[in-house]
Design a protein around this ligand. Sequence first.
Ligand code: ADP
Ligand code: ADP
Length: 227
Amino acid sequence: MEILRVENLSKIYGKGAIQVKALNNVSFSVKKGEFVAIVGPSGSGKSTLLHVLGGVDRPTSGKVFIEDTDVYSLNESKLAIFRRRQIGLIYQFYNLIPILNVEENVTLPLLLDGGKINKGKLEEILAILGLTDRLNHLPNELSGGQQQRVSIGRALINNPALVLADEPTGNLDSKNSKEIIDLLKVSNKQFNQTLIIITHDPQIALQADRIITLDDGQIIKDEVIRG
Ligand code: ADP
Ligand code: ADP
């Protein structure tokens, strides 16, 4: 089953003489449960693509369909709700709220939605992430690897259709990096969650089901490795 479809996406930054075409007519689709790695040189459009897929950066032209919703046909408030429910975003530098503790950071998307916290689900996620004894800690009291696990918890708490990660291990040493990728793979396989990650690390890319290579805003290679 197809969960994501992207049609003729282009993204142009700037105006007049200083225009940058970050994405140039990109089309592809992703199956439910697929683990896709996006690779390519710096400046090739990887982050732009992830942000457009995640509903946070409107394309200049083209369409993004997630589970049959035409994402950018939604108005801003509907789009914000859609993002919180359907998309989990994970960044290189965690983007945690410094004044909120671990439990509050993880449950933030639910609280913003006025939703009820499912204690069972919360405990399951915190246990998988190894954060059960850190619930009352603030982000600055945690290591980088722990902070990234909190941001994964926040991304997964709503059971999103799509998990998007932008260099999630770019700031971590190799041991923590492996743990984070293993956790993402667990959520991908165990919960059949679709996972798209940007990485510079060939070892990580080779663990994916499929590798999409971008160059100069275009897909220059799209290879299925397994599945
Ligand atoms: P990557 O993630 O592969 O390094 P990006 O998506 O960040 O690539 O950038 C693609 C191109 O778009 C680059 O030329 C970059 O300089 C440009 N770009 C990215 N974001 C902006 C922005 N907010 N304003 C102007 N240009 C941008
Ligand atoms: P706003 O649109 O006003 O920034 P948001 O609801 O989008 O408010 O999110 C507030 C903070 O929580 C942001 O830092 C955002 O990155 C983070 N956030 C919200 N929902 C998610 C999610 N599903 N995955 C990851 N981070 C999220």
